[in-house]
Design a protein around this ligand. Structure first.
Ligand code: URA
Ligand code: CA
Length: 437
């Protein structure tokens, strides 16, 4: 801690509180001072809390984004000679999209580099899901990342800790000071990681509804526009989709269960909610890579790849190249399976009018599919598989969902049953893609 840096931090707090705009260089210095330990946690917390209340201008948000990247490792795919894309979701219950879209887009000839995190709370992380696959290595070094993109056209790996030091240090504070929920702070945090990954473009999947980081649709839309604006300003080709998270996505919620669901989707099985969203996202990514492609051409490419199982073949090729045992994904029992499967049945006849994603996410977490604390253990085989989604008919005694759990774990039957509302009349089915930006 130094007196100069402290004085500057206090000045930043006072001016942000007063509604003044900080210069880019001031924001860069504040973050650099904090990362270097010259500004203490409590002063940085005060500035973050002030930002959470007062907001930041677009220019300040851009400066904060760049400040997070400064001093960290950044990747550069220029040498690969091809367009490389990334995809990011703000997190949803049973969000199996990356597992489908990354191989699907790669099968259509566009390279994808996906650096993912682990899950915490109700929403799972892609790395946790992929860890269900025996042998698969998910902590690659930079050379391996480049090699996978060159040789296999895709990579999915955990994020290097040295990517965005400013975000890493700041996020740890936000997490414990109630300042995660601020649009400019979220946008800077997410976009900085996308810049550091070095892909040429990124597709943002911004979730909204009860199970999302930002439940309110207008605010989620604002975040989508902000991220696209900041990332486009940094030279990335960007598109965003605003998607519904008022019920879990697809049927499966849980790590190996979602890998299984992704493989089914890639083999051409139509999974309500999931397949349609993956087609939309994949087509948008193809058009980011090749702006000359029409929407109809992009959609046809994606549909052809699905019909031919090309994304499935790509998934297998990628998994083996990244260390999975050959054949493990094709043999029955190759993925971990739970000791027990408990059906949760409807007690009345009607139409499913609601499936609360938070209750299903909590149930999955309670049987071990998610972690309550950072670094906590996971049971890859555990989770919940819906048998009915919003709009489906059900008779008394028919299954609403199946809980997968290991011996010794109490299945949260009441919690899962309580997530479903069954009504007499058919509800309007919510569209999954609410907006394309
Ligand atoms: N995810 C991130 O990476 N950062 C945020 O601020 C919120 C969600
Ligand atoms: Ca799912």
């Amino acid at each position: 801690m130094t007196a100069d840096a402290s004085a500057r931090a206090l000045d930043a707090v006072a001016r942000t509180r007063a509604g003044a705009e900080l210069a880019a260089a001031e924001i860069e210095l504040l973050v650099a001072d904090f990362v270097a330990g010259r500004v203490p946690d409590y002063q940085m917390s005060a500035w973050l809390a002030t930002v959470a209340c007062r907001g930041l201008s677009r220019a300040e948000t851009v400066a904060l984004t760049r400040a997070y990247v400064t001093g960290g490792e950044t990747l550069d795919f220029a040498a690969s000679g091809r367009v490389v894309l990334d995809k990011h979701s703000t997190g949803g219950v049973g969000d199996t999209v990356s597992l489908v879209v990354v191989p699907l887009v790669a099968a259509c000839g566009v390279a994808v580099a996906k650096m993912s995190g682990r899950g915490l709370g109700l929403t799972g992380g892609t790395i946790d899901k992929m860890e269900s696959v025996r042998g698969l290595r998910l902590e690659l070094d930079t050379d391996e990342v480049y090699r996978m993109v060159d040789q296999v056209g895709m990579v999915i790996t955990g994020q290097s800790a040295s990517l965005t030091p400013g975000d890493k240090a700041t996020y740890a504070l936000r997490d414990v000071t109630g300042t995660v929920d601020s649009l400019p702070l979220i946008a800077a945090s997410i976009v900085s990681k996308k810049i550091a990954v070095g892909a040429h473009g990124v597709l943002f999947d911004v979730k909204t509804g009860a199970g999302a980081l930002i439940p309110d649709q207008d605010r989620a839309l604002e975040l989508a526009h902000l991220m696209v604006g900041v990332a486009t300003g940094a030279g990335l080709r960007c598109r965003a989709v605003l998607t519904d998270m008022s019920q879990p996505l697809g049927y499966a919620v849980g790590n190996a269960l979602e890998v299984h669901e992704a493989l089914d989707a890639l083999r051409g099985r139509e999974i309500p909610g999931l397949t349609g969203l993956c087609r939309t996202i994949a087509a948008l990514m193809l058009r980011s890579a090749d702006p000359g492609l029409s929407a109809a051409e992009a959609e046809r490419k994606v549909d052809d790849a699905l019909a031919a199982g090309a994304g499935y073949e790509q998934f297998l090729r990628w998994a083996v190249a990244q260390g999975a045992e050959p054949g493990v994904l094709e043999e029955p029992g190759g993925l971990p399976t739970a000791d027990n499967q408990v059906r949760v049945v409807a007690d009345r006849e009607g139409y499913v009018s609601e499936v609360d994603p938070r209750a299903i996410g909590t149930a999955a977490m309670n049987v071990g599919a998610g972690r309550l604390v950072k670094g906590g253990p996971l049971d890859h085989s555990a989770g919940v598989v819906l048998r009915r989604r919003v709009g489906d008919r059900v008779s008394a005694g028919e299954p609403l969902a199946v809980i997968h759990h290991r011996d010794g774990v109490e299945p949260p039957v009441d919690l899962v049953r309580g997530a479903f509302r069954v009504s007499e009349s058919a509800p309007a089915e919510p569209p999954v893609v609410l907006k394309i930006i």
